[in-house]
Design a protein. Structure first.
Length: 457
């Protein structure tokens, strides 16, 4: 036992890495990690009794923070044939109107919302690097530093992924004007990563990187970056989100996007394939066997009309997945996991698609997304066990649905009948960030965010 425990939490029910347990004393060390987990205890004087069941906080494996400011603003019908591609034009207009102060304010608001939704960490897939006309800021890392600031100010854990983006389509097509704030050549991108190594370490953020998509980088550029990147963290890429991307990839290479990625790149546990919506049975099997995580963003994929990920086949092949909120039309664990399961039900016209017979769907997909999110965030261990970071969620024991539930029913009630309102307290790395549904910097963060929204009207 450590000499000093920052917290001694007593929970009537807790979801440990070994399963549900009762009367659990969770000791958190001064280093923010779990020092001891002891079921079957009696609370002692000075122990903090949690007001409801304790479960692990989830990693949100895919975020473009600035897009939160436009969530809900792309819901006016256009030509009758609106798609991802017409939505992207709205997104590019937002990009052209936000400066570093705005991005920091949006990210801070979003990260508080994520904490309240049950996430303890965000993986920021960050491609908005420069000014609207493409001119780098005086410090080329300015926008990344603002993301680090927002995460630090709110206390959410951060895995930062600066994104390489150079082209408009397969075959090195020249970028269009709306893409100017995103662009690098490999040398400048590698310099950005180098600059962010100490900056990330200073605030305790993990650092990896992303290739925006196979559309946005040539094979040669990808190989240069993979060979020379000065970081060993996770590697993420958007792939096969849209059928047009599949058609364009076939026209360019004769292969489909996931097929090309698995053939040409050293895809392994370090990788996360964001969306991977459109795969053949063979691609599904190969991606599952690669050890990479599929980064699923069900609310955004539904909002954009992307399609339905083949989750039943992918899980049957042993695939790993995690969840992300991507464009942030939703910001909670419950909404993403519920939509993941519902997409499969709607496709198959059957119920309970992602659990084995007799198993709880909520528990099955929560456990899977926790493990996949942990891997995709570049963390070693998660869950409530000795040595893991103390990233914890306390569900609201005063909520009658939660109060009357036990074990896996708690997760099924939360994910399928409740939502963010069931999250009461959230601890990140041993510090309470949400108490009784509130963040202690919430008023300032809301004020700054309101200023940005009034500017974007
Ligand atoms: Zn994305």
């Amino acid at each position: 036992m450590p000499a000093f425990s920052a917290h001694r939490l007593f929970a009537a029910q807790a979801l440990l890495s070994t399963g549900w347990a009762e009367d659990v004393l969770i000791s958190v060390g001064g280093d923010g990690r779990i020092a001891a987990v002891e079921p079957g205890q009696v609370p002692a004087a000075g122990d903090e009794a949690t007001t409801g069941p304790v479960i692990p906080a989830m990693s949100n494996l895919h975020s473009h923070a600035f897009q939160r400011a436009m969530a809900g603003l792309a819901e006016v019908a256009g030509s009758g044939d609106d798609s991802f591609w017409t939505w992207r034009e709205t997104m590019y207009r937002t990009v052209g109107r936000v400066d570093p102060d705005d991005v920091e304010a949006i990210a801070a608001k979003l990260y508080v919302e994520m904490l309240k939704g049950g996430f303890g960490r965000v993986v920021e897939f960050h491609y908005l690097h420069h000014q609207a006309d493409g001119t780098p800021y005086a410090d080329p890392a300015e926008m990344s530093l603002r993301i680090l600031n927002a995460a630090h100010a709110t206390g959410i854990g951060l895995t930062h992924l600066p994104v390489f983006y150079a082209h408009a389509n397969f075959g090195g097509v020249a970028p269009n004007p709306g893409q100017r704030p995103f662009l690098h050549d490999p040398d400048r991108f590698l310099a950005l990563l180098q600059r962010l190594v100490p900056a990330s370490a200073r605030v305790g953020a993990e650092l990896g990187y992303a290739i925006h998509s196979l559309r946005a980088a040539t094979p040669g550029e990808m190989r240069t970056i993979l060979g020379e990147a000065p970081v060993s963290g996770p590697i993420h890429i958007h792939v096969a989100e849209q059928t047009r991307e599949v058609e364009d990839c076939l026209a360019w290479s004769g292969r489909r996007p996931v097929e090309w990625l698995l053939d040409e790149m050293p895809v392994d546990r370090r990788w996360c394939a964001i969306h991977a919506t459109h795969m053949t049975a063979q691609e599904t099997e190969r991606l599952a066997k690669s050890g990479a995580v599929a980064g699923l963003c069900p609310a955004t994929e539904a909002n954009l009309g992307d399609g339905i990920f083949p989750a039943t086949d992918f899980l049957a092949a042993g695939g790993r997945f995690g969840i992300g909120t991507d464009s942030h039309v939703a910001t909670s664990v419950a909404e993403e996991l519920r939509l993941l399961e519902y997409g499969q039900r709607l496709r198959d016209r059957r119920r309970n698609r992602l659990a084995a017979p007799g198993a709880s769907v909520g528990r099955t997909i929560f456990d899977a997304a926790l493990a996949g999110g942990t891997q995709a965030a570049g963390l070693g261990t998660a869950g409530i066990q000795v040595g893991a970071r103390a990233d914890l969620v306390v569900l609201d024991g005063a909520n009658p649905y939660v109060a009357a539930a036990s074990g896996n029913q708690i997760l099924d009630r939360w994910l399928f009948a409740l939502g963010g309102e069931a999250v009461r307290d959230v601890m990140v790395a041993g510090q309470w960030k949400i108490r009784n549904g509130r963040h202690d910097r919430e008023e300032d963060i809301d004020r700054a965010f309101a200023r940005v929204l009034s500017k974007l009207k």
